[in-house]
Write a new protein. Structure first.
Length: 218
């Protein structure tokens, strides 16, 4: 319990200083090949290390079912969803307000964390929920890319490569969690009680703090 409290305090401290969607880069004239690699790196960096909220979201997706294949399927649904809304937002078809989207992103993490605490298995509607939350996160990604700027001569290339980078970042988180946690401990009787539930409680509290912060103080 003492360790859990220390982790909670650390995450709360970090969460107060991290801004989940702030990316600042200078946009130069680049070849299409350079655009692809640069924006793929930007997408990856938006997850690791800048996207602390997205890391917590993927962690919640992972912990309810440590089966690597099922987790990758859920992550792919998340990627598909955020790719749709990101594309729509970047092409100006939708204009999501950041003061609504940012609290919703934090709230989506709260919901997943609560489900992890209350349920011991993945329900059929989990994929639907992950997809819907992915659409919300995609609007958050759009805010980051809008601040960065997109090369008009290679707009589609930059958009696709950014999504590729995000997906690689998500898969990196999943693989790290698999090899560091579930591969060693998921078969233990105490795995859910000592790892899944405490971690989910911490994530829920951090995300709840973000939700309040983004509604009233941002």
């Amino acid at each position: 319990m003492k360790k859990l409290c220390l982790v909670l305090l650390l995450l709360l401290a970090v969460s107060g200083t991290l801004s989940a969607h702030v990316i600042k880069y200078e946009l130069d004239q680049m070849s299409s090949n350079t655009v692809f690699w640069k924006y793929m790196l930007i997408g990856f960096q938006h997850i690791i290390p800048e996207g602390f909220d997205h890391i917590l979201f993927i962690t919640c997706v992972f912990f309810l079912n440590p089966n690597i294949k099922k987790v990758v399927i859920q992550a792919s649904m998340f990627t598909l969803a955020h790719s749709i809304t990101l594309g729509l937002a970047m092409y100006g078809i939708i204009r999501p307000p950041a003061n609504i989207i940012e609290p919703l992103i934090a709230l989506s993490i709260v919901f997943l964390a609560i489900e992890n605490i209350m349920s011991d298995k993945v329900k059929p509607w989990r994929l639907v929920m992950v997809f819907l939350f992915g659409m919300v996160h995609g609007m958050g990604f759009a805010g980051a890319l809008a601040g960065l700027g997109m090369p008009q001569y290679a707009f589609a290339t930059a958009l696709i490569s950014f999504n590729v980078g995000v997906e690689i970042g998500q898969l990196t988180i999943i693989l790290l969690l698999y090899f560091l946690v579930s591969r060693q401990f998921s078969t233990r009787l105490w795995y859910r009680q000592r790892i899944v539930v405490p971690v989910s409680v911490v994530i829920m509290l951090v995300a709840a703090f973000w939700t309040v912060q983004r509604i009233f103080f941002v």
